[in-house]
Write a protein that binds this ligand. Sequence first.
Ligand code: HEM
Length: 158
Amino acid sequence: AGPSPDLYQTFGGQPGVVALVDDLMDGMMRNPDLHPYFVNANRRHIKAELAAQFCVTLGGPCVYKGMDMKMAHARYGIGDHEFNALVEELQEAMDRRGIPYAAQNRLLAMLAPYRNDMVHPAPPPRARPPLTIAPNAVRVPEGVPEGASTTKETPPAP
Ligand code: HEM
């Protein structure tokens, strides 16, 4: 089953969703696999966007105005392991808040399709060394015979 006002109410409406997201972020910060991704992030902002997104997903009267999931996550080099770790933290946070399993599973099922937007098998772009131009990487213009000098001819001494 998809979003519905009932499901949103099962999560406690807006206060329930905000409390869940708070608790989720606390759990993620205690999780050594997730901590590095959030320690320097704007957690207040992420929590606000996450609460809006959960609200929409659950069927609440919210509008999500944050980044799309691919844009938000592509550059972080998130693997299956990290994605699973976050899902486990979410399950534990929902348990702590006493959300019934059936309702938990409905949220998880609706979030699962995001996996493909977040998990990138390639190394994260930020892990690549910065591009530098080697000092001798002067390209010889086309049509110049091999071995010819590409520097300006110094005029012959008189
Ligand atoms: C179902 C899983 C997930 C959902 C629904 C989700 C949702 C979101 C949302 C709504 C935002 C805010 C976007 C914005 O600022 O406009 C966000 C940001 C972020 N997420 Fe996720 N996320 C998920 C999984 C993950 C995982 C697995 C990681 C890393 C292990 C992660 C790391 C981050 C980071 C670092 C940001 C901040 C992006 C930035 O401001 O540059 N997320 N996420």
